[in-house]
Design a protein around this ligand. Structure first.
Ligand code: TRP
Length: 370
């Protein structure tokens, strides 16, 4: 029997069957018609959409109906600051930035320092350190400071808590238990937490006296929070958010599970040196190639399970180049080592820019914090 995968904010395990998740979560697969509708406004289809890395949604069409009537939305996403940023995180946020630029909308970015303190065995001080560090990575991606606001749960508790209790009052413990796989031994803060993650769905409207819709780009493991709270926010007189769901970027060790900074050999961190990137990919990146060159030339490799190829789908936006790499790898013309080299160069080029901007970001932090 195939082991069932688990996907929720606190556990991602096994090989994820995304079609099954679509059914289980009650979300909708993005269709070509959806992509073309987005293209009407953006002028292009981002390669993450075209290649299915963003694969599903909730209420996208409602959001675009409104947008086409001239009603802008705002974007909301977030980060649990428990450690360093890896390239999987960056992927979702690069897409978020693309949405911000193309639709010319505000982004509210939540740092859930409360969440990571409650769920992880880390001190409050440690989490504060990572909050500061993680902000630099997000700023380095080039978000517009005039249109981007950072919310830090403990710092902004004064404006968030009054709204969080209204949400919390409408959710019972048994709902939380089944959505997140909790038991009676979970600490009581963790049970409340989902209310805090719900607040930014409508907080900008409360602060400004507006009634805009919210669009949340997220990795699909975060969907259970909003599956619970979409109904709740409506009961509170706010609008249900629309959501765009991304697949989990596969870890370096193979296409199962998700990348985690806590297993530092399984992830490329934004602070890794070019040497470190090359070392990790050469040593650990799961290969779909054959074990000898002779066999590889004869039988070819399998890009579908090859992590280097899967990652290039994120980092090589040029369709023609990517197609050629895929074809050459399948035929055996391109060897695993050569494929890895292409990926290493791509990632290092990205990180070189990123690390430069990350240094400059220190001066900008205050501009972003709400
Ligand atoms: N819980 C998320 C994490 O652990 C952080 C987060 C907060 C988030 N709000 C969000 C992620 C909204 C996506 C969308 O990283």
């Amino acid at each position: 029997m195939v082991k069932k995968s688990i996907v929720n904010p606190y556990e991602v395990e096994g090989k994820i069957d995304y079609d099954r998740l679509i059914k289980e979560f009650g979300i909708k697969k993005l269709t070509d018609a959806d992509l073309n509708r987005i293209k009407k406004h953006t002028g292009e289809i981002h390669h993450f959409l075209k290649r299915g890395m963003f694969f599903a949604h909730r209420d996208l069409n409602k959001l675009l109906d409104e947008y086409e009537k001239g009603n802008k939305f705002f974007l909301y996403t977030g980060r649990g600051p428990s450690g360093p940023i890896h390239i999987g995180h960056v992927a979702t946020w690069l897409f978020t930035k693309w949405l911000q630029d193309k639709f010319d909308v505000e982004l509210w970015f939540q740092f859930t320092d409360d969440e990571k303190f409650l769920f992880y065995n880390q001190s409050y001080e440690d989490i504060q350190k990572w909050t500061k560090e993680n902000m630099l990575d997000i700023i380095a991606l080039g978000f517009d400071p005039k249109k981007t606001h950072f919310l830090i749960d403990t710092k902004h508790a004064g404006i968030m808590y009054p709204e969080a209790i209204k949400v919390a009052k409408k959710i019972n413990f048994s709902t939380i238990k089944s959505a997140f796989g909790f038991t009676d031994t979970n600490n009581i803060g963790s049970i409340f937490y989902t209310a805090m993650q719900t607040v930014p769905v409508f907080l900008p409207n409360v602060l400004k006296g507006e009634n805009k819709m919210c669009l949340i780009p997220l990795a699909v493991d975060q969907d259970p929070h909003f599956r619970i709270s979409r109904d709740v926010v409506e009961k509170l007189g706010h609008r249900k958010p629309a959501i765009l769901h991304a697949k989990m970027m596969p870890p370096i060790t193979g296409v199962e599970g998700k990348m985690a900074s806590s297993k530092s050999n399984a992830a490329i961190l934004t602070t890794d040196s070019p040497k470190e990137v090359a070392r990790k990919i050469n040593k650990y990146a799961f290969s779909g190639g054959q074990d000898t060159i002779e066999k590889h030339r004869k039988l070819g490799g399998n890009p579908d399970v090859d992590v280097s190829f899967q990652w290039l789908k994120y980092f090589e936006p040029d369709d023609k180049k990517l197609e050629k790499i895929e074809k050459d790898y399948r035929s055996g013309k391109l060897l695993t080592g050569e494929l890895k080299k292409i990926l290493i160069d791509k990632i290092n080029a990205f990180l070189k820019e990123h690390q430069k901007k990350r240094k400059e970001a220190k001066k900008l932090v205050e501009k972003f914090i709400y």
